[in-house]
Design a protein around this ligand. Structure first.
Ligand code: ADE
Ligand code: ZN
Length: 335
């Protein structure tokens, strides 16, 4: 027997799939509601936590959008991100690429600059005080139309130096990647990396579209790719990284139970798998809990856990020299 919790907590980790708004813990949500005079639908932290029982992605998204209504000022976004960075650093996460959903805020009258200002200030402080480096990925909400995404991209362009990539999230079914073909083309031309949630609830065709129509650099989730043998071959051949989120998959009923999670089959098929937390405040755990949950359920070896952690750095959007140094540091840590 090996002490899986000790091994995981010591592993240097990179997180590539975390929605910063999904790190809003109920306690901070209530504190910000009070500070901003926002009325919440639940009257206590306990009642809110009890409501975190989801049958599917949409159930969760309804509460996720409600929750973010407390985020109004630059300081709120700073506080949100700092709380996540502290938690990540405690868990030996050494590098983060985090998503934010500008349309979830601009639609409520909060300016793009307010959002990005608070997040960027937290990034700088986290790097100085915690030694935790991070980059931002701006997501388009796929339940909205492409014109809305185009306007959001326009707002992001003056902040290009602060945003490494663009992504696609929110309600997957009925909103295929191809709906965002033009805005992704424009984002690529502007120099952004591209990612998209695909194959979380949606069919393998959505993963094909993310690859062939959008031209993504990573797939977020990708679970349902395993239903299509040709697609699995393609993902393996291209060494396309998947940002897998075990506790999220369990809580959103993407998998029946953790032992049924496809991650081992992904590894067996030679896929480039990373482990991430998605929306840790809603799904019962940050990085270590995700590694522990999947490691125990699938009986992963210490070497497999380390290989997955290494993949997090290898699949990142760090510039090449920075990535090389991060991988050398990772290997030295293990030796
Ligand atoms: N937004 C926040 N978390 C998400 C998820 N798991 N899937 C799609 N959109 C999201
Ligand atoms: Zn996600």
């Amino acid at each position: 027997m090996f002490d899986i919790a000790a091994i995981i907590s010591k592993l240097p980790k990179a997180e590539l799939h975390i929605h910063i708004e999904g790190s809003l813990e109920p306690e901070l949500m209530f504190a910000l509601a009070k500070r901003n005079n926002v009325r919440l639908a639940h009257d206590s932290v306990e009642a809110l936590r009890r409501a975190y029982a989801f049958s599917n992605l949409q159930d969760f998204l309804d509460l996720y959008y409600q929750g973010m209504s407390v985020l109004l000022t630059e300081q709120d976004f700073y506080d949100l991100a700092m709380a996540y960075f502290r938690k990540a650093a405690e868990q030996n996460v050494r590098y983060v690429e985090f998503f934010f959903d500008p349309q979830g805020h601009t639609s409520r009258g909060v300016s793009f600059d307010t959002v990005i200002g608070g997040l960027a200030r937290a990034q700088a402080v986290a790097e100085d005080t915690l030694g935790l480096k991070s980059r931002m990925i701006m997501c388009f909400l796929r339940h909205l139309d492409e014109a809305d995404a185009e306007r959001t991209l326009d707002q992001a362009l003056p902040h290009k130096d602060k945003i490494v990539g663009v992504g696609l999230d929110s309600s997957e079914k009925g909103h295929p990647p191809s709906k965002f073909k033009n805005v992704f083309r424009r984002a690529r031309e502007a120099g952004f990396k591209l990612v998209a949630h695909a194959g979380e609830e949606g069919p393998p065709e959505y993963v094909w579209e993310a690859l062939d129509v959008l031209g993504v650099d990573r797939i977020d989730h990708g679970n349902r790719a395993l239903e299509d043998a040709e697609l699995v071959k393609r993902l393996a051949r291209d060494r396309m990284a998947l940002t897998v989120c075990p506790l999220s998959n369990l809580r959103l009923c993407v998998v029946r139970e953790m032992t049924a999670h496809p991650l081992r089959r992904m590894l067996d098929a030679g896929l480039f798998v990373t482990v991430n937390s998605d929306d840790p405040a809603y799904f019962g755990g940050y990085m270590n809990e995700n590694y522990a949950g999947i490691g125990a359920a699938l009986d992963l070896s210490e070497a497999q856990l380390a290989a997955i952690a290494r993949n997090g750095f290898a699949a990142s959007f760090m510039p090449e020299a920075e990535k090389r140094a991060a991988l050398i540091a990772f290997d030295e840590h293990l030796s």
